[in-house]
Design a protein around this ligand. Structure first.
Ligand SMILES: *Cc1c(COP(=O)(O)O)cnc(C)c1O
Length: 399
């Protein structure tokens, strides 16, 4: 217990709550702190919308589409009521009915969207470096039934977009990104949003920009955007003669007002999270058995989530024990993403060809997402890191 952490705090100073010490925090530090615009900034917008009696899919929604289009540097943005519906409508509009290759290590909605679109998910492995879809695994999964790849920028760390583009071009596949975590991410200076056939963002409360609920479909394909605009409104061409059996996936005006005020807050929040993420990495660098997601040096991670891997042998206890012991420190964490999709009850009857998903199974068993948002500040991050490190130091007294 002689070792000093990079901040000079003596490791031994923090005694885990489970070993009789004081909890790291007096009250629970939540895993998520929704990044909401100040009330004053939306009050006027809410009032105007309310008084206008035009409360869904109207001027504010159009403004969101305009602002997002310029932020994402893409030709078209279609606002929808959720990312899940945005993905479903994208798959529907592209006419995809066969197999869609998708990582198993993601949030359930990525896979569910394929199911609801009437296509079949084929779950593949992820890379043990950036935790995004594995290119080798994709190539192995391609069959004559494959119609699309649905990749995810996991936790806001951009997928290998160019390599995926090459694979999909070579095999005549559509390429869609679940960009739920990636509002504000950049790939060699270009914002996420303009890659593949379409990218779909989420605006639900755990995401970087939120309107309560909401989603944004970004695409350079004008025809696709126009079709989804119809589909989100029951398929109505405008004269009640429906072009296709659509659905109600409209964004509401009040949600749009929050989103509009939230978009300018994304960049400062991301910059702050990037700094705090670097601090986490530094503070935890000496702790055995903790590894981090690799980020390509030319890319910008949004840090929608800061997730670490805990090697049970090296750290001295498994992920589930760390999770429970951190609750005693008043630190809430999440197991993002566990279980992976191919192991969830919902997908046990899938006519899936046997795929090796070893990396996914190992990663999802060891992942732990730590709180990360600007309000934590450096002190918050240092205290969480010290609380986590203390579990390693006192491992023999805790289990
Ligand atoms: C949150 C999330 C979704 C779902 O977004 P909604 O807007 O809630 O439908 C889809 N994919 C991923 C990876 C997510 O994290």
């Amino acid at each position: 217990m002689e070792r000093l952490s990079p901040t000079g705090v003596l490791d031994g100073e923090k005694i885990p709550a489970a070993a009789g010490g004081k909890p790291a925090f007096d009250s629970m530090v939540p895993i998520i702190y929704p990044n909401m615009p100040p009330w004053e900034s939306i009050r006027k917008r809410f009032e105007k919308i309310y008084r206008s009696r035009m409360i869904t899919n109207f001027e504010t929604v159009k403004e969101v589409e305009r602002v997002a289009k310029s932020y994402l540097e893409v030709d078209n943005v279609v606002a929808v009521s959720s990312c899940t519906l945005g993905l479903i409508l994208t798959l529907k509009a592209l006419g995809i009915t066969g197999e869609v290759i998708v990582p198993s290590f993601t949030f359930s909605a990525t896979g569910h969207a394929i199911y609801w679109a009437g296509a079949t998910p084929v779950f593949v492995d992820c890379s043990n470096r950036d935790w995004n879809i594995s290119l080798e695994s994709v190539e192995k999964a391609i069959s004559h039934r494959t119609e699309a790849i649905l990749a995810v920028h996991i936790f806001g760390n951009p997928s290998p977009v160019h390599a995926l583009d090459e694979i999909s071009q070579k095999n005549g596949l559509k390429l869609i990104f679940d960009a739920a975590h990636a509002f504000g991410a950049c790939i060699s200076g270009k914002p996420a949003g303009g890659f593949g056939d379409a990218e779909v963002f989420s605006l639900s409360p755990t995401k970087l920009v939120t309107g309560g609920e909401g989603g944004l479909l970004a695409t350079n394909n004008g025809e696709l955007a126009e079709f989804v605009k119809k589909l989100r409104n029951y398929g109505d061409k405008g004269n009640y003669d429906c072009l296709a059996p659509g659905i109600n996936a409209r964004m509401e005006e009040l949600n749009a007002a929050m989103i509009l005020e939230g978009i300018p807050l994304a960049d400062p929040e991301i910059i702050s999270r990037q700094r705090l993420a670097a601090l986490y990495r530094e503070e935890l660098s000496w702790v055995p058995g903790i590894t981090f997601q690799e980020v390509h040096p030319e890319n910008h991670h949004t840090y929608k989530d800061f997730t670490i891997l805990i090697d049970p042998d090296e750290f001295g206890m498994n992920r589930d024990s760390v999770y429970s012991l951190l609750i005693k420190e008043n630190i809430q964490t999440k197991k993002y993403f566990y279980p992976p999709l191919h192991m969830q009850s919902a997908y046990q009857n899938l006519p899936q060809r046997a795929m090796e998903l070893g990396v996914t199974e190992k990663i999802s068993k060891n992942v732990l997402t730590l709180p990360l948002y600007s309000q934590l500040g450096e002190t918050g991050v240092r205290k969480i890191a010290a609380g986590l490190a203390s579990l390693h130091i006192y491992r023999d007294n805790l289990l």
